[in-house]
Design a binder for this molecule. Structure first.
Ligand code: SAH
Length: 204
């Protein structure tokens, strides 16, 4: 599938009906999601792989992975209403995805997820709850040898330090996250945030 085709398909997905600021519920814009997925695909991390989307929200990344030929996709999300939308979105594009409710801060979560080949995620950047992204990184490293994740631009020093002996950053792709006015504290119609997509490889 061409990048543009993937992007157009993902463009059709419904967003969060009632986005919750505390959970940093921002649907990844289709072009950025397609970019992450395509790079992961080209690296051999999607096709024929078991893929888990942490904080799957309305399913943008999970559904894209299924469209690119992941053999099995699991979405993990704390908000049940988002899971309901994600299920409808998966039906819309005709892919089969298993969604479960789970909180990244629950120590029993990695065992419930089990192991997979690749984690994909757009975790909270920690704008509402400082360090909200850390449990996502921990669960990702517990479950998969490879993780593709979106971070604020300039996060490599933090990610490298935080994952220290556990993982290495092997790839970086720059991108832009366009956030339409969603919450009362947003002052602009559209805010552009520079981001980077990082690939982490677990150190055995
Ligand atoms: N992956 C989706 C959503 C990204 S927004 C996409 O790319 O469009 C971040 C998501 O993480 C939201 O759906 C939010 O509800 C979820 N989330 C935030 N904190 C969480 C936690 N502690 N455990 C599980 N999910 C969480």
């Amino acid at each position: 599938m061409k990048l543009k085709t993937l992007e157009m398909k993902l463009q059709r997905l419904a967003g969060f009906p009632h986005p919750r600021a505390a959970l940093e519920q921002y649907q990844t814009p289709a072009p950025l999601a397609a970019r992450l997925l395509y790079h992961a695909f080209m690296k051999g991390d999607i096709g024929g792989r078991l893929v888990t989307d942490l904080g799957s929200g309305t399913g943008m990344l999970a559904i894209g992975a299924a469209l690119l030929g992941a053999v099995e996709v699991l979405g993990v999300e704390t908000d049940e209403s988002a899971i309901a939308v994600a299920g409808a979105n998966a039906d819309l594009l005709g892919v089969d995805i298993r969604f479960i409710t789970g909180d990244m801060n629950d120590p029993s979560l990695p065992a419930r997820i089990g192991t997979c080949d690749t984690v994909i995620m757009n975790p909270p950047f920690g704008a509402q709850n400082v360090h909200a992204d850390r449990p996502f990184i921990d669960v990702a490293l517990a479950c998969a040898p490879v993780t593709w994740s979106i971070f604020n631009a300039g996060s490599i020093p933090f990610v490298t330090t935080y994952t220290a002996e556990r993982a290495a950053v092997t790839d970086k792709v720059s991108g832009v996250f366009q956030i339409p006015r969603t919450f009362a504290f947003h002052t602009r119609e559209v805010q552009e945030i520079s981001v980077e997509i990082l690939r982490l490889e677990r150190i055995p």
